[in-house]
Design a protein around this ligand. Structure first.
Ligand code: TRP
Length: 334
């Protein structure tokens, strides 16, 4: 708890371009959470180097992501938006937690198996202990809730196991985090293979709408979106492509699926796709404008980076000092 509020922590990697799925499914809904929770949103650059990165590119993307957080409406006075690498407590706690995590547990992580298969030439120890760093992220802030996608639930589970193991030995040191199950955003699927989630790392650029796509690109991607031969705008999960487009249109306009079915009753898919594309353009335009303005304001972004890292560091250190004492490190004399 911080000032009587529960703590929420989430992290995002700055690899790949954020998609409409990231925005409608996560970011957009995070904006209101700061009323109820003390929110920390970290750009997890320490995690990013488990895969080889081009340094200048990583730096650029990390800053772009932080700027996008603000452009999407996360107020940096009310939400702590910071780089993971600026708060040394993440690494320090991660080391300690490594000593409370079993090889067998890490061996079961499906994401490790997937990434190891994908990057067979670079199966480094950091890739293996990735979930321990993630546990450190969460536990460092005594987070109560963590909004994560399905693919990260296993990592949250191991975080809870590590925390419970530590608490069983040393007393109540860590809050035990729960997955965030509040109002969640729409689950947005690929425009090219609507049974899959829209992903920032999709190899087919037509599958995803990127937050920085220009209007022409957006309209073109929707025109090419995979549909079916039913020729009916029905909110039917069997019509996966149309179902996804209805979800997108609904999230962008606030209209209910039934209303949308009525609106396009008797109309062709072409008209519907145009309407969906236009609704997305009008949601992304103000975000892109804010992003462009913010990017020009270097001093402001720098001040956010500095102030929020200091704030994060303050809370991180509180937990870290407690943990160091518990495990038996000598008292600090400086
Ligand atoms: N592993 C997460 C992902 O790839 C990112 C992440 C790192 C994270 N630390 C976290 C998410 C802590 C939630 C909480 O999506």
């Amino acid at each position: 708890m911080i000032d009587g509020k529960k703590v929420l922590f989430s992290g995002m990697q700055a690899t790949g371009n954020l998609t409409l799925g990231n925005y409608l499914g996560a970011l957009k809904n995070w904006v209101t959470l700061c009323d109820e929770y003390e929110c920390f949103y970290s750009v997890v650059d320490l995690h990013s180097i488990t895969i080889r990165q081009e340094p200048a590119e990583l730096r650029k993307r990390a800053r772009a992501l932080l700027t996008l957080y603000i452009a999407a409406g996360l107020d940096p006075e009310k939400n702590c938006l910071y780089y993971q690498s600026h708060v040394s407590g993440h690494c320090e706690l991660s080391w300690i937690l490594n000593c409370f995590t079993y090889m067998g547990e890490l061996n079961r992580m499906t994401q490790f198996k997937d990434k190891a298969a994908k990057h067979a030439d670079n199966i480094n120890a950091g890739l293996f202990t990735y979930p321990v760093l993630m546990a450190a992220d969460i536990l460092l802030y005594q987070a109560d809730v963590v909004p994560v996608g399905k693919d990260q639930l296993q990592h949250l589970e191991i975080t809870r196991d590590i925390a419970q193991r530590f608490n069983a030995i040393y007393g109540d040191v860590f809050a035990i985090p729960e997955p965030y199950v509040g109002k969640t955003g729409a689950s947005i699927k690929s425009l090219q293979a609507p049974e899959k989630k829209m992903s920032k790392s999709d190899e087919n650029p037509n599958a995803s709408i990127y937050l920085m796509d220009d209007p022409d690109t957006i309209m073109r991607k929707f025109r090419r979106a995979v549909t079916d031969s039913e020729a009916q705008v029905r909110y039917n999960p069997e019509q996966a492509g149309i179902y996804n487009l209805i979800n997108i249109y609904s999230a962008c306009t606030g209209k209910m699926p039934e209303e949308i079915e009525k609106e396009f009753d008797g109309k062709g898919y072409g008209d519907f796709k145009t309407a969906v594309g236009e609704s997305v353009v009008s949601v992304l335009r103000p975000l892109q404008e804010r992003y462009t303005d913010l990017s020009k304001n270097k001093d402001y972004i720098d001040s956010v980076i500095k102030n929020n890292a200091e704030k994060a560091d303050y809370y991180a250190m509180k937990t870290l000092r407690k943990v160091q004492k518990k495990v038996g490190f000598p008292e600090r004399v400086r």
